[in-house]
Design a binder for this molecule. Structure first.
Ligand SMILES: [Fe+2]
Length: 285
């Protein structure tokens, strides 16, 4: 029976879920965070160090590092974990669509590789990954982005930004190539068809004044998800989401996050002076 240890990054409201088998010591991690100081523009490793301490304290063997999608609100800490534990990096094969899309947004030029080759394993819907004694089922759940994936381990679903706890709802669908229609079908056909008692571990929580909620269940989601309760029709959901998403500001780190995460959390190639730079589009209209 696996256990789940959840870490929360207060800067970006992001959950990193570490799943481990206490008997075999096999472990996998979802959505690790690389911290970013947005005044000095320096990365730092406080979140990763917390993860490292837990892994070392419990003597775990990290088998895979998985991102549920290309995040737009934080930098992925995948590279640190790959280097330290030699753990392969995993994402959905539809990452190539996201890379193509943002190659245009950032005008990245012909040498930007959109084959997904920055990752070690590209997974598809219905596949199973073996992480030692841990079996991971892959459910493609697009809508927030085309490559969004839910990973299932036993009765635990790691849903990223497809499905949050009931009071937060579902992920926004207004990013390039996002689709409320796709998310409706992902949630109703792939997630709400799971057993009511299956646990849902989302990619974020925004608790406000209440206590942080690290997971919910499929049964609770169907009953009381504010964006997509079980009885909401596709047309109602699409209209609701278009209206809701049009009022949301862009995530604070969207350009920094996406640009770095497109290549599995690698900073852009150093220029001739040995320095990495990020591109930020400036709008003047
Ligand atoms: Fe996201």
């Amino acid at each position: 029976m696996v256990e789940v240890k959840t870490f929360f990054d207060k800067q970006t409201f992001t959950f990193t879920h570490l799943v481990f088998d206490p008997a075999s010591k096999d472990a996998v991690v979802f959505d690790p965070v690389l911290d970013l100081d947005t005044v000095g523009w320096r990365t730092y490793n406080d979140s990763l160090q917390e993860l490292d301490s837990f892994i070392s304290e419990h003597q775990l063997n990290l088998r895979y590092v998985l991102d549920t999608h290309i995040h737009a609100d934080h930098l992925s800490g995948m590279q640190h974990l790959k280097e330290k534990y030699k753990a392969p990096l995993v994402i959905n094969s539809a990452i190539t669509v996201v890379q193509e899309t943002f190659k245009q947004v950032f005008n990245l030029g012909d040498d930007f590789n959109t084959s997904g080759c920055d990752y070690d394993v590209l997974v598809k819907d219905g596949e199973q990954l073996n992480a030692g004694s841990i079996k991971i089922d892959v459910l493609h759940t697009p809508g927030h982005t085309p490559a969004c994936t839910t990973y299932k381990i036993d009765n635990n679903l790691f849903t990223g930004d497809a499905l949050f706890v009931p009071s937060i709802g579902t992920g926004r669908c207004d990013f390039p190539k996002g689709s409320a229609k796709d998310l409706y079908h992902s949630v109703t056909k792939k997630l709400y068809t799971q057993p009511d008692e299956a646990r849902v571990f989302p990619g974020h929580d925004y608790p406000g004044n209440r206590e942080l909620q690290t997971f919910t269940t499929i049964g609770e989601s169907k009953k009381s998800n504010v964006d997509l309760p079980e009885n909401r029709s596709e047309a109602e959901y699409i209209e609701f989401m278009e209206n809701r998403d049009s009022k949301l500001p862009l995530p604070r780190l969207i350009y920094q996050g996406v640009q770095v995460n497109l290549t599995a959390g690698q900073l852009p190639k150093k220029e001739s002076n040995g320095q990495s730079y990020l591109k930020i589009p400036i709008y003047n209209d």
